[in-house]
Design a protein around this ligand. Sequence first.
Ligand code: 5GP
Ligand code: MN
Length: 361
Amino acid sequence: MLSNTFDLQLVAKVKSLLDAAQRIVIFSHMGPDGDAMGSSLGMYHYLVNSQPIAKTERSVAVIVPNAFPEFLAWMPGSEDVMVFEQQPEECATRVAEADLCICLDFNDPKRIGPAADSLVQNTCPKLLIDHHLNPADFATITLSKPQASSTCELVCRLFYGLSDENAEGISGLKGEAGQKIATCLYTGLMTDTGNFSYNSNNPDLYEIVAQLMRAGIEKDQIYDRVFNQSSEDRMRLTGYCLYRKMRLFPEHHLALITLSIEELKQFNYKQGDTEGIVNMPLQMGDIFYSVFMREQEPKPGTTKNVVKVSFRSQGDRPVNIMAGEVFRGGGHMNASGGEYYGTVQAAARLFLREYEKYLNK
Ligand code: 5GP
Ligand code: MN
């Protein structure tokens, strides 16, 4: 069914790790998005329901470093997700006791912020499944495919590899549990491809979607829950960004939007409210690069504001180099991010000084 899945020996090794583990912790990255939550919760339901060790003997915790957006709070199992920033001690204890850590949708422990120490300190086996470039060498088994649309796609491929020989497709997608697994995995496929509008040219993706649909997902309802539940504040903030805040640099096919803490307060900003705004300037025919900056309060114990910087581009125009070299981040060729410590005005000045070196096609 799927043309390109994982090497069988590697899958066999993953199987023995999963079969043996009793206290599992699943991690995903800071600012959890649909793919982070989808892959983590898909794996969670799979391990709790479809694996040889019975439910009662196995504990599975999903830990994210900070809060996930409200538009993902409907996901099955989201009520069980532990947020490291909100319960650091409970989370650290769960990690210390774990006999397997599964790391999803990030390529370096740095990407889980405050949770990184507890992950690194536990010497238990670690399984990394991810689609970012250049995974750090910290896991016992690394399943990394940067060409994949999403981590959810890779999790589907792994489940396919783990399926019984006689199964026609991905086994484990049966009954109520299967529907939950499929719902979570579809969410990440959908969000990481902009509802199948980029990184989505591989026919395998649609084979996977067909299987997830046969498992009983409500595809259109998932779209509605993720994309059509904005608050009025969020809609107006989006309008404000496009009308008042978007600066265009036509000669460089570039748009820049910045938001200060004060501006965010005017719109009663909640986690996730600015998700997707960075993609909007690319709707203009001659804009190929878009950059979005959002200022946040200083991290605990520090004094400088943090500016989250998001980069998007179209075609063969890498933005991950600038994200890495100027904003200490990284990511994919067409979708990257980083951080700046200081005000959003200073972050914008730095960007304006440097961008011609990096974003010039
Ligand atoms: P977003 O702009 O949606 O926050 O992030 C887009 C992509 O950029 C993410 O999928 C991730 O690969 C990457 N990214 C975002 N922020 C950071 C960061 O602070 N560090 C690194 N290394 N990558 C980031
Ligand atoms: Mn992803």
